[in-house]
Design a protein around this ligand. Structure first.
Ligand SMILES: [Zn+2]
Length: 385
């Protein structure tokens, strides 16, 4: 080819020198944009950034490193340090998402101070990507418990004897909250008596605290526990039995209640079945709904303080073992996963499941489908085979 050689624009770096006045203008624009950004960050993000920055400062302090401006190498050490921290179960204390958020907090602070963001360095982003890959081994998802499983677990408990019936009543309610209500264990453990409302037509409404996936909407979600066709599938009956037991003033009254249990009859006030065991007045308090229980061979006590989410998890595994099931690969989350799976098998739409499980994104529901319901909404089922 003749003529002068074509110059590729990218071969040479552009002039980095800007006119001073443009520079000032840009700086002002930058200040304005940062200010706007501050307003777009939700209060939660702002708090997360602040706590991220404090954590980074503490790390730097402990290792005699300069936090502001930080050298990219310092940030790499910080990432490595976070990746090695374990929680009390020996699992990573910081998820990759948390590490990324911590770095976003560090970046935010640097940008606001007008210094170079060290987290943008390739050495840092590469390290985080590597860690994400390393951790990307398929997360251990709890297997779902379907309705049959739930009925088997509840059916194997001793409901109408003392003292076993006391914890059976609580555990039955906890299981319905996890399965019918699709509650996470922390949500179930956090409920108060006044989170529960009796509803003449619907059964029971449960007001669940602001869900963790939900930044801007702090209104509680309402979950419905519908009347069961039969008492054995009736979550409202479990609410009535437990709250009535909790209200019993002494051991004699507790025993009387348990022995009087008519497990074949609704005690929830469902239309056409007689009055419920409790009334709305029994649900006026902000005391915890699911209490810790103490039980030995001869007696059972209901404590004032709430049960913990961990205890609910352990309870479910123990109840499964008692029902002759192998509890490994299950957890309290299996009830929530089971809700999705059972509902999908019974023909529920994504929208219905998102509503019940309080998911904002359809993709989350699809994850459950992919793992447990491969036939759901799959055209192979329409081939007429
Ligand atoms: Zn009932």
């Amino acid at each position: 080819m003749g003529g002068s050689p074509v110059r590729l624009a990218a071969v040479e770096a552009p002039d980095a020198v800007l006119e001073p006045e443009i520079n000032d203008e840009l700086r002002e624009l930058e200040a304005v944009s940062l200010d706007l950004e501050t307003h777009t960050l939700s209060a939660n993000t702002r708090r997360a950034y602040e706590s991220a920055w404090r954590s980074f400062e503490e790390f730097c302090d402990a290792h005699s490193l300069e936090p502001l401006p930080a050298h990219p190498e310092t940030v790499r050490w910080y990432v490595a340090w976070m990746s090695m921290q374990l929680d009390e179960h020996g699992l990573p204390r910081f998820s990759v998402a948390t590490i990324r958020q911590r770095l976003a907090g560090v970046a935010d602070r640097h940008l606001r101070d007008g210094v170079l963001d060290p987290t943008g360095h390739r050495g840092v982003s590469g390290l985080v990507r590597g860690l994400a890959k390393l951790r990307a081994v398929r997360p251990e998802r709890k297997r779902p418990l379907l309705l049959d499983d739930v009925l088997r677990i509840i059916g194997s408990m001793e409901h109408d004897v003392y003292p076993a019936g006391v914890s059976a009543a609580r555990d039955t309610l906890a299981i319905w909250l996890g399965f019918a209500g699709a509650l996470r264990r922390s949500e179930a453990a956090g409920l108060q008596l006044n989170s529960v409302a009796l509803h003449r037509l619907d059964g029971v409404h449960v007001h669940v605290g602001a869900s963790k996936a939900d930044q801007d909407n702090t209104l509680p979600d309402v979950v419905v526990l519908p009347y069961g066709e039969t008492p054995s599938t009736c979550a409202p009956c479990a609410v009535h039995r437990w709250v009535a037991l909790k209200n019993a003033v002494d051991r004699r009254q507790t025993m009387t209640l348990l022995f009087a249990y008519q497990l074949e009859e609704h005690v929830c006030g469902k239309a056409g079945t007689g009055p419920g065991l409790i009334s709305s007045a029994d649900l006026m308090s902000d005391a915890p709904l699911l209490r810790a229980t103490y039980r030995n061979r001869k007696s059972a006590r209901i404590h004032e303080q709430s049960v913990t989410g961990d205890a609910l998890h352990t309870m479910l595994l123990a109840r499964m073992a008692e029902a002759g099931m192998n509890p490994s690969a299950y957890g309290f989350h299996s009830l929530r996963a089971g809700h999705v799976t059972q509902a999908r098998r019974n023909g529920a739409s994504t929208e219905e499941i998102m509503r019940a499980g309080r998911w904002r994104k359809a993709e989350t529901v699809n994850v459950y489908d992919r793992e447990f319901n491969p036939a759901a909404r799959n055209s192979v089922m329409r081939l007429g085979l």
